[in-house]
Write a protein that binds this ligand. Structure first.
Ligand code: NAD
Length: 305
């Protein structure tokens, strides 16, 4: 297939590379010249605008930071809807709010295009390995149409229900993740302060009832899991500001249905504190810096690097 791919960041770049590896032809666009160059070096064609990326393709994929970026990429004068042919599906894999998805789907439908929300879990490692989980919201027909393309980038392609339900699944998953990471950070730093070797504590938790992805794959204590961002200075993972965004989506969505999210709101404040202190670009597991006494330093500069 010929595919337009817009948004070549930490996630989008490796996803697009997997599409190339699977034999698809790509028209790529990103505001970052360097990001585009990496994909062109791998065989993609550079587009001058989202409109150009969406022209003469059989499918368009967007992987952007937030809903405002998706909106501008879709509706700008040189946006996707100005270039795309009727009938070509649009897949948005960004994590955004379900209400925006519904609005974008209506815009696309008025133009003769389907729009599915297909947010992902699996992180940058899953994106590189092609093992992402895609949570797809949209009609059964739209899901069947996009599934072969998504299969080149992920191993679980799940139809969650109608438009926006992919984002509901994603937001609820990341609500758990934001809370569980803070919980593991709290326990690991308490153990360290009380004198146990963090590797021993990590191995106990990982074979006990406290085990979770935040402990056994992405442990926030440096040195416990060698492949985790904590062991490389909290770089190259899932940014704190993106986690903060996702918890904001969860609390906003909860407000819309008058559902309390006690722990989610507290976790949101922890990541907000990190962001305020200058750690917004660090991996979100750096939340442990709020707890570790030797990281806190004078003046409460937790997380700043
Ligand atoms: P990122 O910030 O690394 O990449 C975003 C890319 O979009 C950048 O290259 C940026 O230049 C580009 N961009 C921004 N505005 C643009 C515009 N108007 N036109 C074209 N390009 C534009 O973000 P990421 O980590 O790749 O995440 C992308 C999305 O995936 C986010 O919604 C995030 O919440 C979600 N997500 C991220 C992860 C992760 O581990 N990083 C995991 C799951 C989901």
């Amino acid at each position: 297939m010929k595919i337009g791919f817009i948004g070549l960041g930490n996630m989008g770049a490796p996803m697009a590379l997997n599409l190339l590896k699977a034999g698809h032809a790509l028209n790529v666009f990103d505001l970052s010249v360097q990001a585009v160059r990496t994909l062109v070096d791998a065989g993609a064609q550079a587009a001058r605008s989202p409109q150009a990326a969406a022209s003469e393709v059989e499918c368009v994929i967007t992987m952007l930071p937030a809903a405002a970026h998706v909106r501008s990429v879709l509706v700008a004068d040189d946006g996707v809807l100005a270039g795309i042919a009727p009938g070509v599906p649009i897949i948005d894999s960004s994590t955004i709010d379900p209400a925006s998805v519904k609005a974008f789907a209506e815009l696309a439908m008025a133009h003769g295009n389907s729009f599915v929300d297909a947010p992902v879990s699996g992180g940058t490692g899953g994106a590189a390995a092609g093992t992402l989980t895609f949570m797809v919201g949209g009609s059964v027909d739209a899901y069947e149409q996009v599934k072969p393309v998504l299969s080149a980038m992920g191993k679980n392609i799940v139809h969650c229900g109608g438009t926006g339900t992919g984002q509901v699944a994603k937001i609820c998953n990341n609500l758990v993740l934001g809370i569980s990471m803070a919980g593991v950070a709290e326990a690991m730093s308490l153990g360290e302060a009380l004198g146990i070797d963090p590797k021993v504590l990590g191995s106990i938790i990982n074979t006990s009832t406290g085990r979770c992805w935040s402990s056994d794959t992405y442990n926030p204590m440096p040195g416990v899991i060698e492949t985790a961002p904590s062991s490389r200075g909290y770089t190259g993972g899932f940014g704190t500001d993106l986690m903060l965004k996702d918890l904001g989506l969860a609390t906003d969505a909860a407000r819309s249905v008058r559902q309390p999210v006690y722990l989610g709101a507290l976790a949101q404040q922890l990541y907000q504190t990190m962001s305020t202190n200058g750690a917004g670009r660090l991996d979100f597991s750096a939340v442990i810096k709020l707890y570790r006494s030797r990281e806190r330093g004078a003046g409460g500069e937790a997380g700043a690097q």
